[in-house]
Design a protein around this ligand. Sequence first.
Ligand code: FAD
Ligand code: NDP
Length: 513
Amino acid sequence: MAALCSKHRLKHLQHLCSFGFKIPRRNFAGKGKYDYDLVVIGGGSGGLACSKEAAQLGQKVAVLDYVEASVRGTTWGLGGTCVNVGCIPKKLMHQAALLGTAVKDAKKYGWKIPEPVSHDWATMSQAVQNHVKSLNWGHRVQLQDRKVKYLNMKGSLVDEHTIRGMNAKGKEMTVTARNVVIATGGRPKYPTHVPGALEFGISSDDLFWLKESPGKTLVVGASYVGLECAGFLTGIGLDTTVMVRSIALRGFDQQMSRLVTDYMEAYGTRFSWDAVPKKVEKLPSGLLQVTWTDTQSKQEHQDAFNTVLWAVGRAPETKTLNLKQVGVELNEDTGKVIVAADERTSMSNIFAIGDIAQGRPELTPTAIKAGKLLARRLAGHSKLLTPTNVFTPLEYGCVGLSEEEAERRCGKENVEVYHAFYKPLEFTVAERDAGQCYIKVVCEGHGDQRVLGLHFTGPNAGEVTQGFALGLQCGFTYAQLRDTVGIHPTCAEELTKINITKRSGLDATVTGC
Ligand code: FAD
Ligand code: NDP
């Protein structure tokens, strides 16, 4: 070790750390030169994972997290989008909606439930917010336990090693760091060209923190956020309309997407297809009058709502970071940070992870994985498969390629699709329509038929898909899937029995046990 120059020695120590060796902090050459080995800007899924992992590896770490109030003035605590205004409150409200369905089912199973059954928004939102606040607190404690310095400050770069922080009162401080990670995520977009959009509409940042029910709601946008929010709003009994300008769930397998929206329509969600909003006005009654254009007929339509929810995508939080000035390149179209496979930006000591990084899936597990891998200085997550789940009333879980993408990459003739329409046991007594409960396994058409993609609509699709994602990550084949013994009676077992190819044209309805 004595023979190594300080730069190589540092690299050597970092290398050892990446293999799990615990090296006392005093051995790092960087000590003394900079205040911190690592400063992370953004305490969300990616930033927290990265800072905690780095601290465990002996690095001196600080994380800055600051929540800019939404257009409507909503704010929240430490933990980022997922914890406060994303996955967690969304899934809990989805659960509230599923319970509504379970209550309906319960009657068929003999439960005597006094009518009318109604839902109280304030009770739900209070419970959800209390849980979120407990998570905020949990994150603070974890940072403290791991000796990560938490600064409730808005960060920006002065130069590649200097970070300026400003707190809510305008008090400033600067810290220096050998390495910097940008993990500032994104925020909902507003269609600012639509008069009244900013003034009268809300975004998902507000929805989860509303103290009163949003009432009759128009959801504009039909991707993850739009459909999930519309799904739980419908499920708790609110009159909900989704405005779709083109297709639903762009980027997903479109046959599956249609099953999801068909189910939602049957479940009570209204859809306004081929429609774009033109303006939002406030009526004397307080209702919001929305005018929209039918993109096919070019005709205008109007309706009044209590709430207009914009779910038209998210924009990266890069504007106030001073990135360009310090030499960090941004993608001109998306505004996201351009990163290499190892998350490095155009500046060698500055990295970007999570939603802010160009070309990365906007999902919590990928942000966490990227943060941890980066902290361990092991580059790249591009080979990792990303399972995901859409928590609509009928859940849709998938991992790997869609049928369209497999055919595009391999050629239609080289792809074999196995599929099945099945009936979840819990739907039977409840007499629920199972017409959209469907499984699709996309395989290579030759040899051992490696599985390329797996798609599942039905109860607990996320739980089902998570396990099969391991199989896909390990490169499992159709034959191995068929060799897998099912757990009876479950919905997941239907995957192990799948045997009808789409090409055969045979009826894919599962019959019998
Ligand atoms: P974030 O979690 O957004 O964290 C960024 C943090 O940086 C925030 O706290 C922000 O306030 C802070 N910040 C920004 N600028 C600064 C600054 N200058 N200084 C200091 N701090 C700053 N993903 C899933 O996997 N499953 C789901 O079910 C799911 N549901 C979702 C539902 C909704 C409604 C939404 C909106 C998203 C959902 N996502 C889901 C996506 C997931 O939330 C994000 O992919 C994930 O949170 C991204 O993590 P991140 O670390 O990149 O950023
Ligand atoms: P997306 O960018 O995926 O979708 C935006 C939607 O809004 C599309 O339907 C788009 O239509 C529509 N749209 C855009 N602009 C307009 C406009 N001016 N007028 C009308 N409609 C418009 O954004 P989301 O916010 O839904 O999701 C962001 C990311 O968050 C996702 O990619 C996902 O990674 C993550 N997420 C994950 C979840 C999960 O894992 N379950 C849940 C929620 C979010 P068009 O298709 O025509 O462009």
